[in-house]
Design a protein around this ligand. Structure first.
Ligand code: PXL
Length: 290
C-alpha cells in the first residue's frame, strides 16, 4: 500500500537546547512533508558543542523495547536515519534495527556523527570510532564531514588535501558498504574562500560537487540540518545532485540568516527563520560533475 506521507525512523539524541539532532531534524523533515518517528538515543539538556555541565540520560535499554514494539506494530519506514549515538551498544541495536526494518525499497542513511574541525566531540572515544566503522558498512548513504571521514579511514587530519585524494577517500569509504558517500566541509585550497560538498555514487561511478562561499562561523547542528534536507529531498524523489544542491543552499541560508545577529553560536542556526525556504522551488542548480 502506498503511504500518503513518507516515513522516517530517526535514531538520534534529543538535546533540549541548541538546535541539533532531533530538534533540528523533526522540523526540517516535517516542513518537507515527511513523517518523523523519533527513537531517542539519549536525552541531554543541551548538545555538547560549547556547553558545560549538561545532563545526559542514556536510553540504550529503552531502544531495545522501542524497537520490539515497532516490530510488533509492523511499521514500515521509507528511510532509517541515524546520527549522534550515546554508546557502542546502541550501534549494535541500530544494526539489528536495520536487519529488522531494512528492505530493498527503503534507504538507510547513517550520519557518522563523531566530531568536527579535526576534533572528536566530548562523548566520543576510540571505541565509538570502531563501532561507527561497523555501522557505516550497513548504510546505503553516509554523510561524514571531512573530520569524520578522516577518523573512519584512520587518516591524518590535513587540510592540504587535493581533490584527487578526496575522491580516493570517497571510493575507500564506499568500499566499506554504502553506495553513496557524501562528504561535507571538504577543504579547498589555502587561497580559496570556498568550501564544498563532494559525493560519490558507486552505482553510476560519478562524483558530484557543490561549492559554496565559506562563511567564517561555526554553528553546531548544521550537519544534522544538512543530512535532514538530503533525506527529505531524496524521499521527495529528487536526484542525488539536486538533493546536494538543496542541502547546501539550505545551510547557506541558515548561516546567512544567523550570522548577522549577535548571539552565542552554540545555540545553533536560526532555523525558525528559514524553515519555509524548504518549500521554495530550487532556483539555481550549481552542482557539477567532477
Ligand atoms: O549535531 C551533532 C550533535 C548531536 N548531538 C549531540 C551533540 C552534537 C554535536 O555537538 O553534542 C548531543
Amino acid at each position: 500500500m502506498n503511504k500518503p506521507v513518507k516515513r522516517v525512523a530517526a535514531i538520534h539524541d534529543l538535546s533540549g537546547f541548541g538546535r541539533a539532532s532531533l530538534t533540528a531534524i523533526i522540523p526540517i523533515l516535517s516542513t518537507m512533508g515527511i513523517q518523523v518517528c523519533p527513537m531517542p538515543t539519549a536525552v541531554l539538556s543541551s548538545h555538547t558543542g560549547g556547553f558545560n555541565g549538561y545532563s545526559f540520560v542514556d536510553l540504550t535499554d529503552s531502544m531495545i523495547e522501542y524497537k520490539n514494539h515497532w516490530k510488533q506494530l509492523n511499521i514500515d519506514f521509507d528511510c532509517i536515519y541515524s546520527g549522534f549515538l550515546g554508546s557502542t551498544k546502541q550501534i549494535d541495536i541500530i544494526s539489528e534495527f536495520i536487519d529488522d526494518f531494512g528492505t530493498d525499497d527503503n534507504i538507510v542513511v547513517v550520519d557518522p556523527v563523531m566530531g568536527d574541525n579535526g576534533e572528536l566531540y566530548d562523548t566520543m572515544d576510540s571505541e565509538m570510532i570502531v563501532s561507527m566503522k561497523k555501522l557505516v558498512c550497513k548504510a546505503d548513504i553516509i554523510t561524514p564531514n571531512f573530520t569524520e571521514a578522516v577518523y573512519l579511514l584512520d587518516k591524518n587530519y590535513d587540510l592540504n588535501i587535493s581533490e584527487k585524494e578526496i575522491k580516493e577517500y570517497l571510493i575507500e569509504l564506499s568500499s566499506m558498504g554504502p553506495d553513496v558517500v557524501i562528504m561535507t566541509s571538504v577543504p579547498e585550497s589555502k587561497t580559496s574562500k570556498n568550501t564544498s560538498v563532494i559525493a560519490y555514487d558507486r552505482k553510476t561511478n560519478k562524483f558530484w560537487k557543490v561549492t559554496c562561499k565559506y562563511i567564517p562561523a561555526y554553528f553546531p547542528g548544521t550537519g544534522d540540518c544538512f543530512t535532514s534536507v538530503i533525506v527529505g529531498s531524496l524521499l521527495q524523489g529528487d536526484s542525488l545532485p539536486i538533493a546536494l544542491d538543496r542541502g547546501v543552499q539550505f545551510i547557506t541560508a541558515c548561516i546567512r540568516a544567523s550570522y548577522g545577529f549577535d548571539y552565542p553560536h552554540r545555540e545553533g542556526v536560526l532555523l525558525e527563520r528559514v524553515l519555509q525556504n524548504l518549500n521554495m522551488p530550487v532556483m539555481v542548480s550549481s552542482y557539477e560533475l567532477i
